[in-house]
Design a protein around this ligand. Structure first.
Ligand SMILES: [Zn+2]
Ligand SMILES: [Zn+2]
Length: 294
């Protein structure tokens, strides 16, 4: 059993990188990908621990991108893209590109503080940053709002203030989806479209198949067939489309620790995630084939 989608406290998860590796070993995973948002810091801290514990740790990242073209609307929903580097570490150029995204996230956080204060809420960036050890994200804002009694749950913090369409929302500069696919491929990685059920029309084959076919032509390597939010019918649909468009399948729990309670590393919600180690073998084979083609 493996898990190709997980987060540490270096992005918006709650477990430290070392604790996540320990959890993976206890769970009986043979391989784990850390896919923090916009940072490799968790992976890098976890690597020596994983080597000592003989866990196959895969370097990954999750990026928020925006779809291009017509239909994007004024504030298109962001589309999450996973990048995997199961063979070679990502290039320095790719790391620098990631750094520029961290800067735009910081700008967004400053804007979010201004907006929340404009609604009369007493909140400072320092308080929020104290929770986001490395990367301050919206769940950390939600935790501060809850602690101060401005909302009665983390979900309410998102619904009322923080979600993309909520009243304090601040748009963040996000790279175009196809550009991000290309950057991951150029850096020697595998780009996989994350949790497609969250994409508008993602469960409607007539809407989603042309979209996916276009991305495959643009260099997308894989699609996240298995995910905690996927029903068995979703898994069947995405596996069928992966076969049709020559895409690899990836899968994982999207484990975040306490920020997403009820989701277990490796097994998802109520044991609804099962990822075969063969998926990772196929990713490595694809990377090796890509190297030979150069
Ligand atoms: Zn995601
Ligand atoms: Zn995720």
């Amino acid at each position: 059993m493996i898990d190709l989608h997980s987060h540490t406290d270096r992005s918006d998860g709650t477990l430290s990188p070392a604790a996540l590796v320990e959890r993976a070993v206890q769970t009986g995973l043979t391989a784990l990908a850390i896919t923090d948002h916009d940072t490799f810091a968790g992976y890098e801290l976890a690597l020596p621990v994983a080597q000592a514990r003989r866990l196959d740790l895969v370097c990954g990242i999750e990026l928020s991108t925006r779809p291009e073209g017509p239909g994007g609307g004024q504030r298109p929903v962001s589309i999450h893209l996973l990048g995997y580097f199961p063979a070679e570490p990502p290039s320095m150029e790719f790391r620098q590109w990631i750094q520029s995204m961290l800067k735009s996230r910081h700008q967004r956080n400053l804007g979010l503080i201004d907006k929340l204060r404009s609604f009369g809420l007493d909140i400072s960036l320092e308080e929020v940053q104290a929770l986001g050890k490395h990367l301050t994200a919206r769940p950390h804002f939600a935790q501060v709002l809850l602690r101060k009694g401005y909302v009665s749950s983390l979900q309410e913090a998102f619904d009322v203030y923080l979600a993309d369409e909520a009243k304090a929302a601040v748009a963040r500069d996000e790279p175009p989806l196809k550009e991000a696919i290309r950057k991951i491929g150029d850096a020697g990685g595998i780009a996989s479209l994350a949790h497609p059920v969250r994409i508008p029309g993602g469960r409607d084959r007539a809407v989603f198949a042309p979209f996916l076919k276009d991305l495959a032509a643009a260099g997308l390597h894989a699609i996240e067939v298995i995910h905690t939010e996927h029903q068995p019918s979703d898994i069947a649909l995405y596996q069928q489309m992966a076969n049709e468009f020559g895409l690899l399948a990836t899968g994982g729990s999207d484990f975040h620790g306490d920020t997403k309670p009820g989701i277990e590393l490796g097994t998802g919600r109520n044991n609804n995630v099962h990822v075969d180690a063969a998926l990772l073998d196929r990713m490595r084979a694809r990377c090796a084939a890509g190297q030979e083609a150069l």
